[in-house]
Design a protein around this ligand. Sequence first.
Ligand SMILES: Nc1ncnc2c1ncn2[C@@H]1O[C@H](COP(=O)(O)OP(=O)(O)OP(=O)(O)O)[C@@H](O)[C@H]1O
Length: 246
Amino acid sequence: MRDPSHHGAEATAIRLASATVQFEQKRLVFDCAIPTGASVAVTGPSGAGKSTLFNVIAGFQPIRSGTVEIFGKDMAGREPAARPVSVVFQENNLFVHLTVAQNVGLGIDPSLRLRPAERERVEIALTRVGLAGYGHRMPAQLSGGERQRVALARALVRNRPILLLDEPFAALDPAMRAEMAALLSELRIETQSTLLFITHQVEDLPRLADRAMFIDNGAIVLMAPLEAFLAERQLPALAGFLGFDG
Ligand SMILES: Nc1ncnc2c1ncn2[C@@H]1O[C@H](COP(=O)(O)OP(=O)(O)OP(=O)(O)O)[C@@H](O)[C@H]1O
C-alpha cells in the first residue's frame, strides 16, 4: 500500500516504481524514492542508463510499464513542459542564433515576448550565475563553462522544484568544477529544489550530493546517504568508480 497521508506524498519528490523502458537491445527498470530537497549524485558506467533515467523523469522517454510519480502525482501522459522538472543537458542547450538573454528568456516564454519585469528576471538570473552583462552575446562567444551557466540561468527562471543536471561539470577544468559545485550548492539551498546530477567523478560527490545512486545495467542497484555510499564495499561494479579496485 502507498502511504495515504498527504504529508507522506509531499515528502517524496520523485517515486519510480518498476518504471520500464524497452529499447531494441535493452530493457531498463527503475525503482527509487527521492526525498524532497535531496541532492543526489547519479553514477554508473557508460551505457548503464543514467541519461535514460533523466529522460524518464522529465517525460522525454515514454515508459512501457510501471509508474513515475512526482510530488505524489502520477505523470502518465504528462508532457515534459507540464512536469515540475527542468533539465540541463550536457551540451546543445542553447540556440546558436539567439543571444544569451534570449536563450534565458525562452525559459519564461517560448515566443520571447517578455515584459520589462520578465527581462529583469533574465538579468537577475544571469547575474546569479556570474554572467551579468553577457546578455547581448551570442553562444559562440562564450566558453563551454559559460554556456553551461547560461543553460542553468534558463533553468532558474523556469522556477521548477526539480532540477536534473546531466554532467554539469564535464566541460570544466578542476577550478571551474569547484566553482560550479559551490554555485549549484548555493542555488539549491536558495531555491529549496530537489537536485539530481550525473557525474563520472567521485570527487564531485562531497561537493554537492547528500546521497548518491549507482546505476548498473539498466537498474538502480544502490541509493544511499553519501557516507554509506562512499563506504560501500559489497558491489564490485561500484568499486571501480570509488577507486577501491586497484
Ligand atoms: N534511443 C535509444 N534507442 C536504443 N537504445 C538506446 C537509446 N538510448 C539509449 N539506449 C541504450 O540504453 C542504454 C542506456 O543508455 P544511457 O544513455 O541512458 O546511458 P548512460 O548511463 O547515460 O551512459 P553515458 O555515461 O555513456 O552517457 C545503453 O545501452 C544505450 O545504448
